[in-house]
Design a protein around this ligand. Structure first.
Ligand code: SAH
Length: 248
């Protein structure tokens, strides 16, 4: 539930980063922005960088403390550019996307971002149940604030999409669109042998070798009953039979 997700920016120094964050959020379908003591807001620069996401800026909630921004949230994830030797659970960006998405199905959740120079303080991190660190190359682990918002918003959207795909896959399929059974595949392989013999395809070729390769190919493809039927229709056609393919 993307509507249950708030992005919280703490003490942002550069207004451009607020605009970039708003754009990144809207691109990924997230709209609730909370700003804790922004240095300069509203501002021309933020609106410029937000581009078509100025509605996110217009609806942003400005508060004095992080605790106020988190009111009503039942799960809070704090971001950090450094892996910290701390007692909090830490996840990477991908895991964060799944975690936030799953939690947001039931209640309001927040993803908190820190100051450009110093990140989040330990007191602020104490308000978070989990920390997230976006995996980076070793030489430079600190992303631009707007880009960190982009990466994590993308992961959240992808996690929610994956759920949708799984739901579609759970829906009952037409019988013909379910996987072909072993005996249906055997029927197709035998049909291949007949057809390729009729067509004099084997010639000097080794039929066993060819058939083994075809088994490998169809084993990887895992065709449906409908696909096997089409394949057999093609073989019949090649054999000069234009009638319905026999079942076995
Ligand atoms: N020097 C600061 C860097 C702050 S970067 C520090 O070491 O904490 C500004 C903000 O962008 C961070 O507070 C965090 O919210 C986000 N950010 C930047 N890089 C990140 C990363 N690799 N993983 C998670 N969040 C990151």
């Amino acid at each position: 539930m993307l509507d249950n997700i708030r992005i919280v920016l703490v003490n942002t120094h550069h207004p451009g980063n607020i605009g970039s964050a708003a754009r990144a959020m809207k691109n990924m379908g997230i709209t609730q922005l909370y700003l804790v003591e922004p240095k300069n807001f509203p501002s021309f620069e933020a609106s410029q960088l937000a581009s078509s996401a100025t509605d996110v800026l217009k609806n942003a909630v400005v508060v004095d403390t992080l605790a106020e921004a988190l009111k009503g949230c039942r799960f809070v994830c704090g971001t950090t550019a450094r892996l910290r030797a701390v007692k909090w659970p830490q996840v990477d960006g991908r895991e964060c996307g799944e975690l936030i998405h799953n939690e947001s199905k039931r209640h309001e959740v927040a993803l908190v971002f820190g100051r450009e120079r110093s990140g989040l303080s330990n007191d602020e991190l104490e308000l978070c149940q989990t920390l997230v660190n976006i995996t980076t190359g070793e030489a430079y682990s600190s992303l631009n604030l707007g880009q960190a918002v982009q990466v994590l918003s993308y992961e959240i959207l992808m996690a929610s999409r994956k759920d949708e795909v799984l739901k579609v896959q759970d829906e009952p399929l037409d019988e013909k669109d379910t996987l072909a059974s072993n005996d249906q595949l055997e029927g197709m392989y035998n049909h291949f042998i007949d057809a390729l013999t009729d067509l004099n395809f084997f010639g000097k070729r080794n039929p066993e070798h060819i058939m083994r390769k075809l088994r490998c190919l169809y084993g990887r493809a895992r065709p449906t009953q409908r696909e096997v039927q089409i394949m057999r229709g093609i073989l019949s056609y090649a054999q000069g039979r234009r009638t319905q393919t026999p079942e076995k």
